[in-house]
Design a protein around this ligand. Structure first.
Ligand SMILES: NC(=O)C1=CN([C@@H]2O[C@H](COP(=O)(O)OP(=O)(O)OC[C@H]3O[C@@H](n4cnc5c(N)ncnc54)[C@H](OP(=O)(O)O)[C@@H]3O)[C@@H](O)[C@H]2O)C=CC1
Ligand SMILES: CCCCCCCCCCCCCCCC(=O)[C@@H](N)CO
Length: 412
C-alpha cells in the first residue's frame, strides 16, 4: 500500500471491519487482513474508476477476525461501500462487514512483534527492565545512555533474549547524553532508525533525582533537573513525532514518578520536573490521538534500582520516611505494568495500592480510556481525597519529629 497525503488537516475515521469465512483458513493474520482490504478497495473502487493509492493502516484482532481501518473523512462513504462486499479469497467464500465508524479512534492493543522500541536510560534500572520486557513481548530494542561499558553489557544481555525468541529481533545501543541538545538526540534517533527501522515506541525514562531541603539545593539543581527529567523527553519526542504522525501509528511513554503526582519534602527540584512531564503528555495526547498515537505516563513509587541505592546514600530522613509509605517495588514489576499500559494505549500507569489511590485521586484533567477506570475516579475521588488528608497529617508529624531530632543532634 502506498502513501497517503500527509496533511495535518486530514480528519481520520476508524472503520471497524469484520471478516467472515465460510471455512476459516489456517492462517489469517494482520498481513493477510491488510492485503484483503487493499484488494477489496482496488477491486471495487477500480471498477468505479476511483481507485487511488493510500494507506489503509489498521490493527487486526486474530481471535475476533476483525480489525480497523483508518480512513480520511472525505473517503469514508466510498470506502464503506467498497469494504462491505462478498467474494472469494484464499479459495474460500468470505464476507467483509463494515460495522461502525468512530470519529475518535478507540484504543486498540498493539502487537510488539516486529516493532522497534527505543528506551532512554535503557542501560540500567527501570529502563533496562523496560527494554527486557519489550524484547520479551517481541520488539527489537535500541537503548541509549551515557556510559558505554554498561550499554554494551546490557545490549549483549538483550541480544541473547532476542536470539532466544528466535524471531530475528535485534538489540542496539548508542551513547547519548539526552540533555545535550535536540540536534544530538535527533541525530542518534536517525541512526537508530537507519539500523532497526522507524521507531514505533519511544520510552522516555532517563532521569535521576536530587533531594534536600529547598534552601540547600543550588539553583543549578533546579535547572539540571528540568533538563534531564523533562526537556530531554521533549527533545526525543520531537525527534520521532513527525514520522509517527506520517505513519499514523506509535506509542510514546514517559517515566514520571509518584513524586510527579504529589510534591513531598526534599523533592522541590525533582517533583516539578516530573509534574512537567504530565502537562506535556496531556497536551500532546490530545494532538496525537487522531493520528493513532497513544501516550502513557508511568508514576512509579520507590523502585529498587542502582539509581535508588545511590539516592539512599544521601536521602534526608524525611524523604525516606514519607516515600516508603507507598512501598518499594522491583524494576521488573514496574516494567511489566508499564509495557502492558503502553501496549493498550492507557494514559496513566500507577503501581501498588497507594499508587492506585494516588492515581485515582490525581486523575484530574487527564484523559481516561477505560470505563472501569473512569468509574473508579468518579466513585472514589472524594474518598481518596479524605485518605490523602489523613496521610498528610501523618507526614506533617514525621517532618516535625525529624526537625526535633535534628535540633537535639545539634545540641549534643
Ligand atoms: N528508582 C526509583 O525509585 C524511581 C525512579 N523513577 C524514575 O525512573 C527513571 C529511571 O530511574 P532508575 O532506573 O532508578 O535510574 P538509574 O540511575 O538506575 O538508571 C538511570 C538510567 O538513565 C541513564 N541516564 C542518566 N542520565 C542520563 C543522561 N544525561 N543521558 C542519557 N542517559 C542518562 C543512565 O545511564 P548513564 O548514567 O550511563 O547515562 C541509566 O541507564 C528516572 O527517570 C527516575 O526519575 C521514578 C520513580 C521512582
Ligand atoms: C489516597 C492517596 C494515598 C496516597 C499515599 C501517597 C504516599 C506518597 C508517597 C510519595 C512517594 C514518592 C516516591 C518517589 C520515588 C522517586 O521518584 C525517587 N525514588 C526517584 O529516584
Amino acid at each position: 500500500m502506498t502513501a497517503q497525503p500527509d496533511s495535518n488537516q486530514t480528519q481520520l475515521h476508524r472503520l471497524a471491519v469484520a471478516v467472515e469465512f465460510s471455512k476459516k483458513p489456517v492462517r489469517f493474520e494482520q498481513r493477510d487482513f491488510e492485503a484483503l482490504i487493499d484488494q477489496a478497495v482496488k477491486v471495487v473502487l477500480g471498477q468505479a474508476g476511483l481507485a487511488r493509492p493510500y494507506t489503509v493502516s489498521g490493527e487486526f484482532d486474530e481471535n475476533k477476525c476483525s480489525g480497523s481501518v483508518l480512513v480520511p473523512r472525505e473517503h469514508l462513504h466510498i470506502l464503506w461501500s467498497a469494504l462491505s462486499i462478498y467474494g472469494c479469497h484464499f479459495g474460500t467464500p468470505i464476507a467483509i462487514h463494515c460495522q461502525k465508524h468512530f470519529l475518535l479512534p478507540p484504543r486498540t492493543k498493539i502487537d510488539l512483534h516486529g516493532k522497534h522500541a527505543l528506551v532512554t536510560g535503557g542501560s540500567k534500572g527501570i529502563g533496562k527492565a523496560l527494554a527486557i520486557e519489550l524484547v520479551r513481548q517481541g520488539a527489537s530494542v535500541t537503548i541509549v545512555a551515557r556510559d558505554e561499558a554498561t550499554l554494551v553489557d546490557t545490549c549483549n544481555e538483550l541480544q541473547k533474549l532476542c536470539d532466544l525468541n528466535g524471531k530475528g529481533q535485534q538489540a542496539a545501543w548508542y551513547s547519548l547524553d539526552v540533555t545535550k541538545s535536540p540536534e544530538t538526540t535527533q541525530a542518534v534517533i536517525n541512526r537508530a532508525e537507519e539500523k532497526l527501522g522507524e521507531i514505533d515506541i519511544l520510552v522516555n525514562n532517563a532521569g535521576n533525582s536530587v533531594q534536600d531541603a529547598f534552601e540547600k539545593l543550588p539553583v543549578e539543581s533546579f535547572e539540571r533537573q528540568m533538563k534531564l527529567n523533562y526537556l530531554s523527553a521533549v527533545y526525543a519526542t520531537r525527534a520521532v513525532v513527525n514520522t509517527m504522525k506520517r505513519r499514523r501509528s506509535g506509542r510514546i511513554a514517559f517515566v514520571s514518578s509518584a513524586a510527579g503526582q504529589l510534591g513531598i519534602y526534599g523533592y522541590s527540584a525533582y517533583a516539578p520536573a516530573k509534574f512537567a512531564l504530565r502537562g506535556f503528555a496531556e497536551a500532546i495526547q490530545m494532538e496525537l490521538e487522531p493520528y493513532n498515537i497513544a501516550i502513557t505516563v508511568v508514576y512509579p513509587p520507590n523502585t529498587d534500582t542502582e539509581g535508588f541505592q545511590e539516592e539512599l546514600r544521601t536521602m534526608p530522613k524525611e524523604v525516606r520516611l514519607i516515600s516508603e509509605t507507598a512501598g518499594l517495588f522491583s524494576p521488573k514489576d514496574v516494567a511489566k505494568l508499564a509495557v502492558h499500559d503502553i501496549v493498550h494505549g492507557k494514559f496513566a500507569t500507577n503501581i501498588g495500592t497507594d499508587g492506585w489511590m494516588l492515581g485515582t485521586l490525581t486523575a484530574g484533567g487527564a484523559p481516561e480510556t477505560s470505563v472501569f477506570g473512569a468509574a473508579q475516579q468518579i466513585l472514589f475521588g472524594g474518598l481518596f481525597r479524605g485518605i490523602l488528608l489523613a496521610y498528610h497529617s501523618h507526614f506533617r508529624r514525621l517532618v516535625q519529629r525529624c526537625a526535633e531530632e535534628r535540633e537535639q543532634e545539634k545540641r549534643h
